[in-house]
Design a protein around this ligand. Sequence first.
Ligand code: SF4
Ligand code: SF4
Length: 117
Amino acid sequence: MTPENSARARKAKNLRQEECFSFQGAKKLSLEEKLFLMETKKDRVSHIKIDQKKCRSCRHKACLIVCPAKTYENRHGKIEVSFENCLECGSCRVACKEKAISWENPRGGFGVIFKNG
Ligand code: SF4
Ligand code: SF4
């Protein structure tokens, strides 16, 4: 290895270590803090509708697990949707094998308008 290549390799190694340390030192954000990084314009009309009949017989309730914004909640056996929390990631549509979720993009001008993280 030439001295030039060796210097480059050392620099790359140091960079990787710096990235690693800064990642490890990063503060773990709570859900509330993560949601604070998003700016949304709340609509009055929900862009998410669910088929409660399918939800009642659903055993895995994957929507409760996959949604990063806790949009879905199980209240006394009934799934409730806080659509205004939605971060528009689309995970719930994929995870719900019963196809009980009818999800549309929020109306123009509503929903996530800014992501800062
Ligand atoms: S995963 Fe689908 S069917 Fe099951 S509770 Fe959630 S929305 Fe309902
Ligand atoms: S699209 Fe993402 S954030 Fe919105 S309800 Fe589904 S899983 Fe939650």
